[in-house]
Write a protein of this length. Structure first.
Lengths: 315, 150
């Protein structure tokens, strides 16, 4: 397969096919297997622009670490107060300016559709690191990659997505990503935070999806539990939040009632929705997810910036 | 009073007949017809019609609207008919068809959509399904029904 990622914008997970994801995962595996010095050669001389119009330390550091680990450089800003945006400059002008300095742009923006718009303004590749509440395609790729690495497959797995399914930025991209495979999806959330209907548009006929309030009803069937944080600000009534919070926690007792090899994932940061004792259980894979996140993002950057990453890696 | 008397015939131009009652001004807006070019534009609203009860009629002098233009009104008035007139004669008659995409016709109702910002951007709404119509904003991906954008 010729590199399907070269010079390509990464805006939505929907734009990528299963064979393309397979290609990316194999590039990431290759990169991960290289020693430090070899890795440093892959991105030498390349510059990545990190434009965070909305702060997200985790995502930014992951991209930065990914770029540095392949020997590339980064520039940009972590917060709009550090850019000309404060002076009233629009997004179009800002990215046109930065485009002259870099080989690709990673963009995080509070408005939905900002990345799609950015691709119309500049010619260099744009990687969406989250715009508005809608999509976070590289996180979804990381989630799929992690499941592949740990389970060896996604087809046929029973996967629960748990917590805030309405506002969770990663949830929609993950559901779309999973729909490229053949898992069984269980959506587990309080009724107030159920997934928006449109999240399932066009995919509910492709994969089996069901909605649940109580995870204990299905725990025995699960191979993967993907946990998201329930945010206090989503609840007008603080009592309501406390009530919901208490019943949406993954702890060792719950995990012991499920399959031994059931894994727990989380896009992080977590703040109490996973009991601390779980961190030390073999089921916990969220820190592995962080590591694989850097690896996969290195794979994305190499593939976006080079026409033939295989020959680069094998040379 | 007959229709003929109510709206005078035009020599050359486009007549939009059977426009949904009360939608004439929206139709003009969607077609970006504001009268500034100096040509005569006649609008009649609430005209009795045998076919659809009451209708609006728009006559635009000296302009021959192409289907790309008139299809912009598909969601506003799908039953409208388009008549091109030359020298008082109808030279072409056609229906409105729903296009695959509306560019700069409707605004996305999502306030946090980039198409509603001060960026240099035209709203683009894709048509996912024509009947019943289902739309999606090209930018924020929100699914929309016609009554959310009209
Ligand atoms: Zn929109």
């Amino acid at each position: 397969m010729t590199n399907p990622f070269f010079n390509r914008d990464i805006i939505s997970i929907k734009d990528f096919s299963r064979p393309e994801l397979k290609y990316l995962f194999s590039i990431a595996d290759k990169v991960d297997s290289l020693d430090y010095e070899r890795k440093k050669e892959l991105g030498r001389g390349k510059i990545l622009g990190l434009l965070f119009f909305e702060p997200s330390t985790r995502t930014r550091l992951s991209f930065e670490a990914a770029m540095l680990s392949i020997g590339g450089n980064v520039l940009g800003f972590a917060h709009p107060s550090m850019s000309s945006v404060e002076k009233g400059e629009n997004l179009a002008d800002t990215i046109r300016t930065i485009e002259s300095y870099v080989d690709a742009i990673v963009l995080r923006h509070p408005m939905e559709g900002a990345s799609r718009f950015a691709t119309e303004v500049i010619a260099k590749p744009v990687i969406n690191a989250g715009s508005g509440t809608e999509e976070h395609p590289t996180q979804a790729m990381i989630d799929l990659y992690t499941i592949m690495k740990v389970k060896g497959r996604i087809d046929g797995l029973n996967i629960a997505i748990f917590g805030d399914l309405k506002y969770g930025r990663t949830v929609y991209s993950l559901i779309y990503g999973l729909s490229k495979y053949r898992p069984r999806i269980f959506l587990v959330s309080p009724p107030q935070l159920k997934v928006k209907r449109e999240a399932l548009f066009g995919i509910d006929d492709k994969i089996k999806v069901s909605e649940h309030k109580d995870i204990t009803e299905i725990i025995e069937e699960l191979d993967v539990i993907y946990v998201t944080r329930i945010q206090k600000e989503r609840f007008p009534d603080p009592h309501e939040y406390e009530k919901v919070k208490g019943s949406y926690i993954i702890d060792s007792e719950l995990l012991k009632s499920g399959k031994d090899e059931c894994i727990v994932m989380h896009p992080l940061p977590k703040v109490g929705e996973i009991a601390p004792e779980v961190d030390n259980m073999p089921n916990a894979k969220y820190f592995l997810q962080v590591y694989l996140g850097k690896v996969l993002r290195s794979g994305i950057l190499i593939s976006v910036l080079n026409p033939d990453p295989y020959s680069l890696i094998d040379s | 009073m007959s229709e003929e008397q109510l709206v005078r015939k035009i020599k050359d131009g486009t007549v939009l007949d059977h426009v949904e009652q009360g939608r004439a001004l929206q139709v003009l807006e969607a077609l970006s017809i504001d009268g500034k070019d100096g040509n005569i534009v006649t609008v009649a609203m609430n005209v009795p019609s045998k076919k659809i009860g009451k209708k609006d009629i728009i006559k635009i002098g000296n302009r021959f609207l192409k289907s790309e233009e008139t299809n912009r009104i598909a969601l506003i008035s799908s039953r409208a008919t388009v008549n091109l007139i030359r020298n008082y004669q109808v030279i072409e008659k056609r229906k409105i068809e729903t296009p695959n995409t509306f560019v700069d016709v409707f605004k996305c109702p999502n306030p946090t959509c980039i198409s509603n910002s001060n960026e240099p951007i035209r709203p683009i709404i894709d048509v996912l399904r024509k009947s019943p119509p289902l739309l999606r904003c090209r930018y924020c991906s929100r699914l929309l029904s016609p009554n959310e954008v009209i």
